[in-house]
Design a protein around this ligand. Structure first.
Ligand SMILES: [Zn+2]
Length: 189
């Protein structure tokens, strides 16, 4: 009996280890889990209940994007990033901001003076926490991104103050490479 219990424990332990390794190896090559609707080119609106979003998003992305949370200031890897490329909605992949509209506001979150287009985002009055602010949401999936203030630099005078956790960044060179290899594949052999 004792042997049987020991074997069972060892079995469970081995299984747990296996799961662990499985997760870490797949976690290295693939980004955080994405919804099937995630796309950098698709524009059809994405509508899902928060219960369904919670199944596909990481807890921190879910908290900010769907429960209108705020990431801790000065914690985003994108706050001081000067790389050239495009910022996408981390929830649905919608293109939101170009790096050339990004600037150092010092407010603690990635800041932009304009979105890629008027349709990239939607705005709504936010009177929570005793403040009058304008909330910024993704134009495709309506996820909460941050707020827009009128103390930004020219030419717009706007400061889109965005939670970095709900942004995905793709470097321009990577995009170019992908484009070229696709072209090659289409025209090749
Ligand atoms: Zn989105």
């Amino acid at each position: 009996m004792k042997n049987f219990i020991m074997a069972a424990i060892a079995g469970v332990f081995a299984l747990a280890l296996q799961n662990c390794y499985g997760q870490s190896s797949s976690g290295q090559s693939t980004p955080a889990s994405k919804a099937p609707e995630y796309s950098h080119t698709e524009t059809a609106p994405v509508k899902k209940s928060n219960d369904d979003w919670q199944k596909v998003l990481s807890p921190e992305v879910y908290r900010v994007a769907r429960l209108k949370g705020t990431e801790r200031p000065f914690t985003s890897e994108y706050e001081h990033s000067k790389e050239i490329g495009t910022f996408y909605c981390a929830v649905c992949g919608n293109p939101l901001f170009k790096s050339d509209a990004k600037y150092e506001s010092g407010c603690g979150w990635p800041s932009f003076f304009e979105p890629i287009s008027k349709k990239s985002i939607v705005e709504a009055a936010d009177n929570s926490l005793g403040m009058h602010r304008i909330e910024v949401m993704c134009g495709r999936c309506k996820s909460h991104l941050g707020h827009v203030f009128d103390d930004g630099p020219p030419p717009t005078g706007l400061r889109y103050c965005i939670n970095g956790v709900v942004l995905d960044f793709e470097k321009a060179k990577t995009a170019e490479k992908k484009f070229n290899s696709k072209k090659k594949a289409e025209s090749g052999s």
